[in-house]
Ligand binder design. Structure first.
Ligand code: GUN
Length: 292
């Protein structure tokens, strides 16, 4: 069993990005600039946005966080998005999800300028991704693809089973793994809450992506010997420690790891690569904007 080490990989890629950005600045370009919009006081969202700010700073990127109260109206929020859309000094915009219930997340995603949509949530980017065209890829699937690529994991002709069909992980992951590309060229099965023979399907998988958000769902007896196991889960589970919780993945690591050829740990796996996905997208947006 070999670890797919997100910590090691994220650090290496960050160094590459840092160098690239320093090079652009040395030729007189301004810094890349990511803007995050945060609505309300959700603790997890605040933590995610703070880590994105830290990442930007570390790489020499500018970042702005626009905070709005949970009672902001949908129209007002769309107006704020519009201001960022037309701001030539901002390359990437994310609106941290979830937004309060009275605001349509669909309207929010559709309102972001596709050339600044570094989350890859706008239908134009989703469509381009599905067609295999150059687009912003959603950060988590993008991070996983980078991991497969850098660890030179053979995916061609392999059977990939994805557990979970969310718009931000399961669906795009399926699109990317089935693409005629490297990594890619998998035969893909997408499982979800209505799938009847989930265990049998998982036992046929050469690659499993567990992205359903249920702690330690994937057990040892659901995994074929030698499978590649990607754990996307990051659920906070109550614990008697200082923080009051521990982070659990969707994979029962102790049972699954001995059977797998490669596995991502939690923490230290996919989560860190997701952050790299966003940074890569921000740099891509910046290059597009600066080169016109
Ligand atoms: N909430 C949870 N994950 C994400 C993400 O990738 N992007 C945004 N904008 N919000 C999220």
């Amino acid at each position: 069993m070999e670890l797919l080490d997100g910590k090691f990989l994220a650090k290496a890629i960050k160094e590459e990005l840092k160098e690239k950005i320093a090079g652009y600045k040395a030729q007189g370009w301004r810094a890349p600039h990511l803007c995050a919009i945060l609505v309300g006081e959700d603790g997890a969202s605040q933590t995610y946005v703070a880590s994105k700010e830290r990442d930007c700073k570390e790489l020499g990127m500018d970042s702005t966080v626009l905070k709005f109260p949970a009672y902001i109206s949908e129209d007002e929020l769309l107006g704020e998005i519009e201001k960022v859309n037309i701001n030539k000094n901002i390359d990437g915009l994310i609106v941290q999800m979830p937004v309060p219930e009275h605001i349509s997340s669909l309207k929010v995603m559709n309102h972001i300028d596709p050339s600044k949509d570094v989350d890859g949530f706008h239908p134009m980017n989703v469509g381009m991704m599905f067609k295999g065209l150059d687009a912003f890829l959603p950060a988590t699937p993008y991070g996983i693809m980078m991991m497969l690529e850098r660890y030179k994991i053979e995916t061609s002709g392999k059977h990939a089973v994805i557990i979970g069909r969310s718009d931000i992980v399961g669906k795009p992951m399926a699109a990317l793994l089935m693409q005629n590309s490297n990594p890619g060229n998998c035969t893909v099965t997408v499982c979800h809450s209505r799938t009847k023979n989930l265990k049998e399907l998982c036992l046929q998988a050469d690659i499993i992506v567990a992205a359903l958000g249920r702690p330690e769902f994937l057990k040892g007896d659901m995994v074929k010997e030698g499978a590649v196991v990607i754990d996307v889960g990051i659920t906070r589970v109550d614990a008697e420690n200082e923080r009051g919780y521990v982070i659990k993945g969707d994979v029962a690591y102790d049972e699954v790891a001995p059977k797998s050829s490669y596995i991502t740990p939690v923490p230290g796996g996919v989560g860190l690569m997701t952050r790299i996905g966003l940074l890569q997208n921000t740099l891509k947006a910046y290059e597009w904007h600066m080169k016109g």
